[in-house]
Design a binder for this molecule. Structure first.
Ligand SMILES: Cc1cc2nc3c(=O)[nH]c(=O)nc-3n(C[C@H](O)[C@H](O)[C@H](O)COP(=O)(O)OP(=O)(O)OC[C@H]3O[C@@H](n4cnc5c(N)ncnc54)[C@H](O)[C@@H]3O)c2cc1C
Length: 444
């Protein structure tokens, strides 16, 4: 294996995949390092098997992958999401894993699974090497440019970049264990939901608000978590549903002890919710739990405080930055989940989520290139859910459609920098916008 790369992408989630593919297609020597056995990050190992994307502002490599899966019948498009102009595209994790392996390898990027990044080496304000731990022990690889697509901002953290965590008190949004349940009679379930159609919220929410307190009283579930989104069918052919099985409140998602505890609790909750559905909901009598995510669903951990922190004000004033690298819907919801299960925290969540009246849903905000650049490390780019944005913006652009687009921009920026022998902060962003447009990504 070559030991020196033009670009090393850390983390093989949706943002890392797009970065590696974009740069690989441009002829760079790319290495994509992933600690688990698969690509896709939370989208596969976390079982978040539903692309959420705006009708208008989702383009590029991510769309290419999803369109391919839809064409093969391995994902499908549902246009009935209660948030206007949003699409849900459920896919199955196995098809996605295959598609991601293929697109990465075809791009020419090298893929290294089962390898954890455990440190960085630095010189003159640049990263020089990543220290890796793999099945043969520890070793290092040398790169010219690096993309941090680890979700947890691992490279930025190792490099000593400024970081923010959660709210003002450091509380992060509660994580969720996601689970697949098979043997569901969806027709009867849908029929049952119709009895909850009256009221301001969607039937699933009304149902949960009615039944969860009762289930707690009956000892069926242990936490009165009113914020439970219900179950979604992942395939039209099979009776399998995916569920974000509650929230693990108070979890510390950046320590081994905290992650262990939260994962154990998350799995327990997935089993509890099976009991809940079996007991109260028609259609679930014969349902069973087939698998939980091999990785806990982390909504947020570290956010890099980069050269520019994109804010809720930027989003809600539909700001069009000169150095924009992607568009996102200014009028869409900010999905900042509560850190605790109390009713006030849920109400705060709900108020922010529903804060859409009067917003121009057909207009867009933009993410500036500077939000991909950390403050100090000159050859590092950030992509995905740890990008430099405030919580409310992170609560929106962490969905997979946007993670793909951030990764693609980072990969193309690296390609421009290598071609012109520059650092990422020195490239001409207009040229990046032209490259993005060539890939179908509208930026301004
Ligand atoms: C409960 C829940 C429900 C969600 N629902 C949806 C939804 O319906 N639709 C939607 O579009 N989005 C949804 N999301 C959001 C979305 O799934 C994630 O935000 C997105 O997938 C993040 O992508 P990413 O590439 O930034 O990071 P990740 O998916 O977290 O990928 C990071 C990758 O880096 C690897 N990595 C980390 N550290 C290291 C290291 N030290 N060494 C090597 N590799 C490392 C990880 O193993 C992982 O593969 C949901 C999220 C959660 C938690």
């Amino acid at each position: 294996m070559k030991q020196q790369y033009d670009l090393i992408v850390a983390g093989g989630g949706m943002s890392g995949v797009a970065a590696a593919v974009a740069a690989g297609r441009k002829g760079l020597k790319v290495l994509l390092v992933e600690q688990s056995s698969m690509l896709g990050g939370l989208g596969t190992s976390g079982l978040m098997t539903m692309i959420m994307a705006s009708n208008y502002w989702f383009y590029g490599i991510g769309k290419e992958i999803i369109d391919g899966l839809i064409a093969e019948g391995k994902a499908r498009l549902i246009d009935d999401y209660p948030v206007k102009d949003y699409r849900r595209i459920p896919f199955d994790a196995e098809s996605m894993k295959l598609a991601l392996d293929e697109i990465v390898l075809k791009s020419g990027a090298e893929l290294m699974l089962y390898t954890k990044i455990i440190g960085v080496e630095q010189e003159n304000g640049c990263l020089t090497r990543l220290v890796l731990a793999g099945p043969t022990g520890n070793f290092s690889v040398e790169g010219k440019i690096f993309v941090d697509a680890t979700g947890d901002a691992m490279l930025a953290f190792y490099a000593g970049e400024p970081i923010e965590l959660g709210d003002e008190s450091g509380n992060t949004q509660a994580p969720t264990m996601t689970a697949y349940y098979a043997g569901v009679d969806f027709e009867r379930y849908e029929e049952f939901l119709k009895t909850y159609e009256d009221g301001p919220a969607i039937p699933k929410v009304n149902m949960i608000h009615d039944l969860i307190p009762k289930a707690v009283e009956d000892g069926v579930v242990s936490v009165e978590d009113l914020h439970h989104p219900g179950i979604f069918r992942i395939s039209p052919c099979f009776n399998v549903g995916v569920m974000n099985a509650g929230h693990v409140y108070g979890a510390d998602c950046l320590s081994p002890e905290g992650l262990t505890d939260a994962t154990v609790k998350g799995r327990r909750m997935a089993a509890e919710y099976l009991n809940f559905y079996r007991k109260y909901i028609p259609g679930f009598e014969k349902a069973y739990l087939t698998n939980t995510g091999s990785y806990l669903g982390l909504r947020e951990t570290r956010r890099v405080v980069g050269k520019y922190v994109t804010t809720f004000e930027d989003k809600s004033t539909y700001r069009k930055f000169d150095d924009a690298i992607m568009r996102f819907d200014g009028g869409a919801v900010s999905d900042v989940h509560a850190s605790s299960p109390d009713k006030k925290a849920y109400q705060n969540y709900y108020n922010l989520f529903s804060q859409r009246e009067g917003l121009r849903e057909d207009d867009y905000a933009t993410l500036p290139y500077r939000s991909l650049l950390p403050q100090n490390t000159k050859n590092l780019l950030i992509a995905g859910r740890c990008v430099s944005a405030d919580r409310k913006v992170q609560g929106q652009i962490r969905i997979m459609g946007y993670c793909f687009m951030m990764g693609e921009a980072a990969g193309l920026a690296a390609a421009l920098a290598i071609a012109e022998n520059k650092l990422p902060g020195e490239i001409n962003v207009s040229k990046l916008q032209v490259e993005l447009k060539r890939n179908g990504v509208e930026t301004r």
